[in-house]
Design a protein around this ligand. Sequence first.
Ligand code: NDP
Length: 451
Amino acid sequence: MPVSDHVNLEQFMEGVKKRNPGQAEFVQAVHEVAQDIFEFMADKVEYHEAQILRRIAEPDRIVSFRVCWEDDNHNIRVQRGWRVQNNNAIGPYKGGIRFHPSVTESVLKFLAFEQTFKNSLTGLPMGGGKGGANFNPKGKSDAEVMRFCQSFMTELYRHIGPDTDVPAGDIGVGGREIGYMFGQYKRITGRWEGVLTGKGQEYGGSQMRPEATGYGAVYFLQNMLKHQGMDVEGHTAVISGSGNVATHAAEKITQLGGKVLTLSDSGGFIHDPDGIDQEKIDWVKNLKNVKRGRISEYADHFTNASFHEGKRPWDVSCDLALPCATQNELNEDEAKTLVDNGVKGVSEGANMPTTLDGVKVFHDAKILYGPGKAANAGGVAVSGLEMSQNSERISWNHERLGEMLTDLMEGIHEKCTEYGDQGDGYVDYVKGANIAGFKKVADAMLAFGVV
Ligand code: NDP
């Protein structure tokens, strides 16, 4: 059958919408990928015949489960947990766990779908998955978080394993939560094995994992700038978020001679015209990870800074923008404002932070734009290295891991330019990442036949 007789993009997306009612985030993520893949597949009948994209857009399985726990006042609380195992064609499922009240099946499906392409791009043998629960760790005591994590793992443990599915952290899941979950897995199974990444360094964690996503997003930005003869040094940067990814992105920008002007959380953003230097970043890390405070407190402590309640930072004039908080946090109007203010490069530490309309604005203006699936792949890449270290019972030092991360990000940038070069010097990194990520997974699936 000629390629032209197969479904086109519109028909394909109609089907995706019909099969996934009410799952806007998932449909959005599939649409973003499908537009590039249909173009790429135009003359490749084998991918059409084997329904490869349709199969990648249908998770291998989704496990949904009840998570009961008792709060400090002895109330019984009930949450819903999920693990979405999207695709394991090229390696065990791999992807983080998110604890946030906004978590739904749609959000986790979009993240697991994206993760499949991202993990492929790293060049490491990892499939795509994602999990989480609609649990809000904010305002909970350590004991409450521990009881929740233990209850969550009491169900999850039967679906994961070092060669099956290896979860990690994400929003609301940091070192504390990974520790509680790993302890519970070990208690139930009686096995010490590399079933989670992002572990503490005392028990098999990688020395570079906490920094990897944020640093990697800046390395990707550095590669994009270098490709156009520019550098981070001397440039101002606007960053959203104040968690793991945002603080480490800020750290690397500062180390490379850039000046970070903003950070944010769900309450609003802070603008520090003096720049957020290493000392201030350490203060924010302590505020967020130890005191579990709010970013508004920054402006009380550093009095030259201002706090903008309920606002996002994108109207602060800057050269570089790094959305590092959450999905759909940068819309079309905000993208226009960034472009009008002269932004040169955008690198996504978060997953799908820019809406589809926002991405179009960056592309139309030919702004360097690194999508999350490429720009924030440093985190999962170092997770892949943590898996290798655990299997081999070895440990690489910080310096060695730093070199490997730099090389991995350079490799991802190269793959994106291979498929995204538009011939006029502009690189469409979305297209590059989508095609390079897709091709490896698709070819593996073709080799397996119909499974
Ligand atoms: P953290 O929980 O450490 O930090 C999340 C930050 O984003 C917090 O400042 C949080 O503010 C803010 N935030 C969360 N939800 C919202 C919202 N709805 N509106 C505004 N701000 C919000 O998470 P991470 O730093 O780990 O993750 C950030 C992003 O990076 C996510 O998109 C994640 O998927 C992505 N990512 C993370 C990786 C990792 O290694 N950790 C790997 C690859 C991608 P508040 O405290 O108020 O909730």
